[in-house]
Design a protein around this ligand. Structure first.
Ligand code: AMP
Length: 486
């Protein structure tokens, strides 16, 4: 099961940590809209509240006012099939030691079979990666001596270095908050501080920096790949859990393209600026004569602004987005996804009619969104449609925590550029080059995981592509189902 989630944690004696956690995970809602939850400790008891649905649906004033403590973690979850299950909502809790412990996970482990055995779980019964890790930690935790029983740190140090794949964890026992990143740092995780530098009032962990901003915490730093941060009454301490040769910074490049909020800073770069520069470079790389540059809202907006600025073609709005409709991406079948896009986006006919349009979006995965958009724009009288995409062709599934379809369903894995152009019914199409994408991000000397664009997987993945029996089969029946009319 793949999970692309938002995680948050706060240690702040004397503060309303449940309210802070609510605000934090609300700011991370875009990372997961399927379930939300938090665990709060008062030093004696850990209380977990979690349910299916959005943050504001799961929590209200009444729920929050009953959650007292000095320490909390929170989670928003987003997963693929088999997901509508309360048991998979996080944080995961295990009642071992004095008050038990809780865990929230963003990522995707690549090797779970041996871990499932080690945790003493029955194959087929396990619901999620996070469950496996919670069970491993629980057995390690309960085997430890009495003096260590209230502290999870020993179990974390014994279990986490054996995990493979992508993980940014927030964990807590009765009195400590922990944050861990996998040795490649695939998923982001940052540390923040409440109160003044010389008199801290608390510490915060969050997937993305806006979750710090909204609760008035200052950004301190990103956790390093492989780092364990322990936070308690004694302050903040840090340890590297992995050997030097296992550690290699490979933050997911797609966080910059699509996943992260535009106001998030990653590697010191604000994501919005990176996306605008992607549009500027795309305009230089693939210019076209046109009357208006427009975005597929909201994810295409910053790059469209950049394209317009660099090309001197006026920027305009061609589509209105219904902001009360959530993600359309994970609907199970093609027609349902097309209908969902149509419900979400509606054209502005007067802005479009008779115009040559440059349409900018951040990515094409299955192609549901752009196909639906192009059809709408043509029906609304658009004279020409020139598609510009601010990421290179997405041709390889992600195994490191972003929800993507099988390779057979990825448009760019199955067609040439000209086939794609015809399939989408556009006058021209261009994707930004990988080189330009990296230049737009502008973090010199930083390496990224770009497996979804290149097929270079930094950690071995559980399928071998190209074999017709495999998940990665090209030209399979799934392709026909996913792309009717191919
Ligand atoms: P598709 O409609 O399948 O081509 O998906 C591409 C569109 O969905 C783009 O406009 C993106 O903004 C968005 N998107 C890309 N990747 C994801 C993802 N993993 N989860 C949700 N939405 C995504």
């Amino acid at each position: 099961m793949k999970e692309a989630c938002g995680v948050f944690g706060v240690f702040a004696p004397g503060r309303a940590v449940a309210q802070l956690t609510f605000d934090g995970i609300y700011a991370l809602q875009h990372r997961g809209q399927e379930s939300a939850g938090m665990a709060v400790s008062d030093g004696q008891t850990i209380t977990v509240v979690k349910d299916m649905g959005l943050v504001a649906t799961v929590f209200d004033e009444r729920t929050l006012s009953g959650l007292h403590g000095h320490l909390a973690i929170g989670h928003t979850r987003y997963s693929t099939h088999g997901s509508s299950d309360w048991n998979n909502a996080q944080p995961a809790y295990r009642p071992v030691g004095r008050a038990g412990f809780a865990l929230g996970h963003n990522g995707n482990l690549t090797e779970t079979e041996s871990l499932i055995k080690r945790a003493g779980m029955l194959p087929g019964m396990t619901a999620s990666d996070s469950d496996v890790v919670a069970s491993l930690l629980a057995s390690e935790f309960s085997e430890r001596g009495n003096e260590e029983r209230a502290e999870l740190a020993g179990a974390i140090e014994a279990v986490i270095p054996d995990l493979a794949g992508a993980f940014s964890f927030v964990l807590m026992d009765a009195d400590h908050l922990y944050g861990v990143r996998d040795p490649h740092g695939f998923r982001p995780l940052c540390l923040g501080r409440l109160g003044a530098e010389d008199a801290p009032e608390g510490w915060v962990l969050a997937s993305e920096s806006p979750a710090l901003d909204v609760i008035g915490a200052a950004f301190v730093r990103e956790l390093s790949p492989g780092e364990l941060v322990t936070i308690g009454a004694e302050g903040v301490s840090s340890r590297q859990l992995f050997d030097t040769d296992e550690v290699a910074d490979r933050l997911c490049i797609f966080e910059f393209v699509y996943f992260a909020r535009p106001d998030t800073r990653l590697h010191g770069v604000e994501v919005h600026g990176a996306r605008r520069r992607m549009g500027e470079l795309l305009a230089r790389q693939a210019p076209v004569e046109a009357d208006m540059v427009m975005a597929v809202p909201d994810s295409g907006v910053p790059a469209a602004e950049g394209y317009a600025r660099a090309s001197n073609i006026p920027y305009g709005q061609g589509l209105v987005k219904n902001r009360y409709i959530g993600r359309t991406f994970i609907d199970p079948d093609h027609q349902a996804r097309m209908n969902a896009v149509r419900r979400k986006l509606n054209p502005l006919r007067d802005n479009i009619e008779g115009k040559r349009l440059v349409v900018v979006d951040d990515s094409i995965v299955r192609s549901t969104t752009v196909r639906s958009v192009v059809k709408m724009l043509r029906e609304a009288g658009g004279a020409e449609v020139h598609l510009r995409i601010s990421s290179p062709p997405f041709a390889w599934p992600c195994f490191y925590g972003i929800d993507t379809p099988r390779r057979s369903e990825l448009l760019a894995a199955n067609m040439s550029l000209e086939e794609i152009r015809r399939h989408l019914d556009v006058d021209s199409i261009a994707y930004i080059s990988l080189e330009n994408l990296k230049e737009a991000i502008g973090a010199p000397g930083v390496d990224f995981c770009d497996a979804c664009l290149t097929g270079n997987y930094p950690v071995p993945v559980p399928v071998s592509f190209g074999d017709p029996e495999d998940d990665g089969a090209i030209g399979s029946a799934a392709l026909q189902a996913a792309l009717p009319g191919v």
